[in-house]
Structures are given as C-alpha cells and as structure tokens.
Design a protein around this ligand. Structure first.
Ligand code: SF4
Length: 125
C-alpha cells in the first residue's frame, strides 16, 4: 500500500450522549487509533450527520485519502455522507470505510477498526 492510501480516521460520538458508546473510553480509543494504527490522523467529531458535519466533511475530504468513520451502522453512514463525498468527487462506496463501533469496549472497537482496515486494503503495518 502506498502512503496515499493511508486513511484518515474520524470517530463520530453521536453528540457524546449516546448510550451506544458508554462501554468504551472514547479518549483511550481515539488515542490508540491515532498513535498505533497506520492512519494519517484521528479525530473525534460530535455529530457528523448534522449540517456542520457535512460542512466539516466538505472542508476536509480530499481525493486519494479514504476515511474510516467509527460510529453507527455502515448503511446509515453511506446514506448520510453520500452528498458530501459526491461534492468532493469521492465515492462513498469506495472512499468511506464505515464501521459500527457501538456497544463495544475500547479494545473491541480498536480490533474492529484494524479488521476493517485490513479487509479494505488500507492497513499498512
Ligand atoms: S453519523 Fe451516526 S453516530 Fe454519528 S451522529 Fe449521526 S447517527 Fe450518530
């Protein structure tokens, strides 16, 4: 894998009040992802499916850099982020790697991210 396929990682915490993320330590999780996994960056966003989330995606998405989003169901993510990806000339089916990390411990969520990155050919260890 070339460096240009190294993805960005965004953890969407669903306002920070969603019971789906109560089992994990969100700060331990994002710090493990950004420091230990082969990602360009790792950040936490409060609510990617709100209007400012769309604006955030439009400001930060760029061709050649896929993004992995930890959050809710992949099907929902693709639906909600499709327009922002299209506006930037990206394909939500290929350039988004959506992962459902709800109801997981920190370790379970990190493992799931690694597994999804490997499955999608963007894990360069
Ligand atoms: S994208 Fe999913 S996880 Fe993020 S705020 Fe919306 S519903 Fe919640």
């Amino acid at each position: 894998m070339s460096d240009s396929r190294r993805p960005g990682f965004v953890m969407c915490v669903c306002t920070g009040k969603c019971p789906g993320f109560e089992k994990m330590d969100i700060w331990d999780f994002i710090n493990q992802v950004r420091m230990e996994l082969p990602v360009e960056y790792g950040i936490i966003h409060p609510q990617l499916c709100e209007e400012d989330g769309d604006r955030y995606l439009e400001q930060t998405l760029r061709q050649g850099t896929p993004i992995v989003v930890g959050g809710c169901a992949p099907r929902m993510q693709r639906k909600m982020f499709r327009d922002a990806f299209e506006k930037k000339g990206l394909d939500v089916e290929k350039d988004l790697i959506p992962i459902d990390v709800r109801d997981m411990t920190t370790e379970e969520a990190v493992s799931k991210v690694i597994e999804a990155m490997k499955e999608n050919g963007v894990y360069d260890d």
